[in-house]
Design a protein. Structure first.
Length: 155
């Protein structure tokens, strides 16, 4: 759970506080656990929500896209995005970490945590359309940055 918190919170001590707070929340709301998902998945969601709440409290607000300017992205054609064999998982994580916040959290929740768009929309309080659009745009930026790095134009 600490690793999950660290994906959102850069400061080690603050990430530890988030995990501790999440465990306290989980313990105090244990009667609400319905076993619809595994206990680990339930706890992980609490850790993610607590991490996001902490970021919001630190004035690191999530930036929502204006719904009027969104377009629906067809993910059928977007699912094929490959990176060169020389790109490491650390390169990908670092690139995701450098994304603007409005893309970063959606990309992390989708690619690293495995949440679907409905779950992401509930966690971040955005529409599913916004989730899809932010994922599409975030993945596009990640691809561009990794391509630049591969061709030596970055760093």
């Amino acid at each position: 759970m600490y690793i999950v918190a660290k994906r959102f919170i850069a400061n080690d001590a603050e990430a530890e506080d988030v995990v501790q707070e999440a465990f306290i929340k989980a313990f105090s709301k244990l009667e609400q656990y319905q076993a619809e998902v595994t206990f680990g998945a339930w706890l992980k969601r609490i850790v993610i929500n607590t991490s996001i709440d902490t970021l919001k409290a630190n004035k690191k607000r999530l930036i929502e896209l204006d719904e009027a300017h969104l377009k629906i992205v067809d993910n059928e054609y977007d699912d094929k995005w490959l990176v060169d064999d020389t790109v490491t998982i650390n390169d990908i994580k670092q690139t995701i970490d450098n994304l603007p916040e409005k893309y970063k959290y959606v990309v992390m929740l989708y690619l690293l945590e495995g949440y679907d768009h409905q779950e992401i929309s509930n966690i971040l309080n955005i529409s599913e359309v916004a989730s899809r659009t932010q994922l599409y745009r975030g993945k596009k930026i990640v691809q561009e940055q990794l391509t630049k790095k591969q061709h030596g134009t970055r760093y």
